[in-house]
Design a binder for this molecule. Structure first.
Ligand code: NAD
Ligand code: TYD
Length: 338
């Protein structure tokens, strides 16, 4: 199967490409990525070497209609999996929402409308629990819950979901939506909570916690998420939405304390800082639909995933240094001629 993976140089996309190519030799993957600050070709160095016949990287923007059209035609693309997005809530608040609207909504529209003219058998939109909005201490979201996003990032993701579903209903375009809770694991950009806390703990820097740290997130190890997407690719019904979550819910302060414990460092490294504007209190999703219909269950518990993640960041200090210093941005030109 020829698959167009978008945003494959980012955190989940790069893990997914590696997962899929490792698993089966029936896939040929085109990775279309704009290489924004969160895309990093270093995330795929081993993939480029190990799977050169079944993997090709193309630098480009999912909003570039002609490029998307040419790729679908020239590589006889049969499936599109759209990971590409602007993903950081804080940036959507502090730096403006325009780029989020452009990539997350207009980019999705480009893939959907160009996909219509190709021979696409499957389109998976990678979405998030954040489209449902914020919960208090009680409650859980199902796939039928009302979408009620609260920040520019989640509003742009919710818009993309609705647009994608409209393409299924109107044109019979083969859309499936997967909504995930917070992923963690190797190659996550250290502006997000878990990699930021781990890399700061390694360097004895303060661990910044918003507000009182009592907000709750639900966590999934990235390999478990990749396995869920793979199972959805092969077993699910078109036009459906699937929540992918685990029940591993933690307050942010608990995550910080656990990380410090793993490093044998004191809680005095925690620094409470100004809260995020409109900070969603808690996310929680019911995953019984994917469990009952597809047979997926989380396989890696939070602490085991955290141990693996800590080990990866500890063993990959060069990657961390290059990302934190911005050095990786120079690789594109130097090593890849981009
Ligand atoms: P990421 O920020 O690590 O990667 C995003 C990738 O998209 C980068 O490689 C970037 O260069 C690329 N990109 C951005 N704009 C582009 C454009 N216009 N054209 C082509 N490529 C572009 O993000 P991630 O954490 O890997 O998330 C991947 C997807 O999963 C996103 O759609 C996100 O909304 C969704 N998601 C993520 C999480 C999570 O916890 N990470 C949870 C739920 C849903
Ligand atoms: P983040 O990793 O940005 O993911 P999201 O907001 O998409 O869930 O943040 C996870 C939680 O951690 C969220 O409640 C905000 C909080 N947080 C901090 O307390 N300190 C930080 O430095 C960051 C980046 C996030």
């Amino acid at each position: 199967m020829n698959i167009l993976v978008t945003g494959g140089a980012g955190f989940i996309g790069s893990n997914f490409i590696r997962y899929l190519l490792d698993l089966s030799d029936e896939y040929f993957i085109i990775n279309l990525d704009k290489l924004t600050y969160s895309g990093n070709l270093e995330n795929l160095k081993d993939v480029k070497k190990g799977f050169s016949e079944r993997y090709k990287f193309l630098k480009g923007d999912i909003c570039d209609r002609e490029k998307v059209r040419d790729i679908i035609k020239n590589y006889q693309i049969e499936a599109i999996i759209n990971f590409a997005a602007e993903t950081h809530v804080d940036r959507s608040i502090k730096e403006g929402s325009k780029l989020f609207i452009r990539t997350n909504i207009l980019g999705t529209e480009t893939l959907l409308s160009e996909g219509l003219s190709g021979n696409i058998r499957l389109y998976i939109q990678i979405s998030t629990d954040e489209v449902y909005g914020s919960l208090g201490e009680e409650g859980i979201f199902t796939e039928k819950s009302v979408l009620s996003p609260t920040n520019p990032y989640s509003a742009s993701k919710a818009s993309a979901d609705l647009l994608a579903l409209s393409y299924f209903r109107t044109f019979g375009f083969p859309v499936i939506i997967v909504r995930s809770c917070n992923n963690f694991g190797p190659y996550r950009f250290p502006e997000k909570l878990i990699p930021l806390l781990i890399t700061n703990a390694i360097e004895d820097k303060y661990l910044p916690i918003y507000g009182e740290g009592r907000n709750v997130r639900e966590w999934i190890f990235v390999e478990d998420f990749c396995r869920a997407v793979y199972m959805v690719m092969n077993k699910s019904k078109l036009g459906e939405v699937y929540n992918i979550s685990t029940g591993f819910q933690k307050r942010n302060i608990e995550v910080a304390e656990l990380i410090l414990k793993k490093f044998n460092k004191g809680k005095d490294l925690i620094r409470f800082v100004e809260d995020r504007k409109g900070h969603d209190w808690r996310y929680s999703m019911d995953f019984s639909k994917i469990k009952n219909e597809i047979g997926w269950n989380p396989g890696i518990d939070f602490e085991r995933g955290l141990d693996d993640t800590i080990r990866w960041y500890s063993e990959n200090s060069r990657w961390v240094k290059n990302v934190k210093s911005g050095e990786y941005l120079k690789y594109y030109e130097k090593y890849y001629g981009l």
